[in-house]
Write a protein that binds this ligand. Structure first.
Ligand SMILES: Cc1cc2nc3c(=O)[nH]c(=O)nc-3n(C[C@H](O)[C@H](O)[C@H](O)COP(=O)(O)OP(=O)(O)OC[C@H]3O[C@@H](n4cnc5c(N)ncnc54)[C@H](O)[C@@H]3O)c2cc1C
Length: 357
């Protein structure tokens, strides 16, 4: 039987009223695990954990491009979709909360970490159908590898996304895009696992509800297992040249190794903005029906602003950078300040593209 040591609780109970909400939640979860041990379920739970290779107390920060985050109480890397299902079942059975991520290039892990199971999707098989110009990619395939494969075949459709980090599943989740293309443009269908219902299913492109940086997967508790993508015919040499040119341009903004999650806020759709707000915007800055968040932020003096270890790049208003000492708390504080400044000046509410985890 597992006995919870007193030191596992953050502080003595008498100080409880001074704890943050997150700490209180963590302590409640620890208490639940303690009760579980008393009820005798712990031995079975640990046996199953060993079978599944679930690790304990794993640091999340190195797994995100932002380099922020505490420890996952339980951590599991799913190499196959069946393993994802098994890990979720383990968590549900033991009343443990769980979260899923993949490449870690668009997440802000909490400073407190996560007192549940964090599952990283790393299944990475690709199936190519030459005759149909179709690739079926598992969710954990690196977007870069998928693009490279398509270009090697002379297939167009994703070449301008070259240089975007992360996985195919992550790209579908947020409908990643750049320089006029987005993943939704070539998705035929998505195989998913309904985490709550415990069943797998398939969604067509239309059913994925794609919009600018949005898909149905942001609203539902569905895990993307694999994606079928339909490419168009292209010229291998041209596609390669385009891809290399874009990677070079991107590397000027995102120097390799920069601790950041890409653009922090979403650009703002003109159709969502009131006439009064639009009158305050320089129309020359509007691109493809969107007001760049970077421009709005620069108008309120964002460049170079700092909160703790997080600062805004001095060359781009929408680029949050971690100097190596930054915390999720710093990120949220800076985001709050900047949102208020933009709202006060333009009456526009910025929305995060990154996902708080
Ligand atoms: C330097 C840099 C530049 C970037 N440039 C761009 C850009 O130009 N355009 C752009 O669109 N984005 C850009 N991004 C953001 C990021 O790369 C993309 O959003 C990427 O698609 C995220 O994929 P990921 O695997 O890293 O997702 P993660 O960061 O691991 O997860 C992001 C979210 O997706 C969810 N998720 C991930 N995989 C799955 C899955 N299989 N099923 C269900 N949910 C899942 C997670 O739960 C989380 O909520 C940039 C990021 C960086 C660091």
């Amino acid at each position: 039987m597992y006995i919870t040591k007193r030191s596992e609780f953050n502080v003595p109970h008498s100080q409880g009223r001074f704890l943050s909400r997150a700490q209180k939640t963590n302590n409640r979860k620890r208490f639940r695990l303690f009760v579980l041990s008393i009820l005798g379920g712990w031995d079975t739970m640990r046996r199953n954990m060993n079978d599944l290779r679930i690790q304990e107390n794993v640091s999340l920060a190195p797994m995100s491009t932002f380099g922020i985050g505490g420890v996952a109480r339980y951590f599991f890397e799913a190499k196959k979709s069946e393993e994802l299902k098994e890990a979720v079942q383990w968590a549900v059975k033991n009343d443990i909360s769980y979260k899923i991520f993949a490449g870690g290039s668009n997440v802000v892990f909490a400073d407190e970490g996560f007192l549940g199971l964090v599952i990283r999707l790393i299944f990475k098989k690709m199936k190519v159908s030459d005759s149909e110009r179709v690739i079926e990619a598992e969710a954990g395939v690196w977007l870069a590898d998928l693009i490279k494969k398509a270009i090697s075949k002379g297939w167009a459709g994703l070449e301008t996304l070259s240089g975007i980090p992360g996985t195919v599943g992550g790209a579908v989740f947020g409908n990643a895009g750049a320089y006029g293309q987005s993943v939704s443009g070539i998705v035929k269908s998505v195989n998913f696992f309904d985490v709550e219902g415990g069943e797998a299913g398939i969604l067509s492109n239309e059913e994925c509800g794609f919009k600018y940086r949005h898909s149905i997967f942001k609203d539902k508790n569905f895990s993307i297992l694999s994606v079928i993508l339909q490419f168009q015919a292209g010229d291998k040499k041209d596609l390669k040249a385009k891809s290399e040119e874009i990677v070079k341009t991107r590397e000027k903004k995102y120097k390799p190794g920069l601790r950041c999650p890409g653009s922090f806020f979403k650009n703002v759709l003109v159709k969502d903005v009131s006439k009064k707000s639009l009158a305050l915007v320089d129309k020359a800055k509007i691109i493809d029906g969107k007001i760049p968040a970077g421009w709005l932020l620069e108008q309120v003096g964002a460049k170079g602003l700092r909160e703790g270890g997080i600062y805004i790049a001095d060359f781009h208003g929408n680029l949050f950078v971690n100097d190596g000492t930054g915390t999720a708390r710093d990120v949220k504080a800076l985001a709050r300040i900047l949102k208020k400044k933009v709202f006060d000046k333009f009456g526009i509410q910025l929305e995060e593209e990154v996902r708080y985890f």
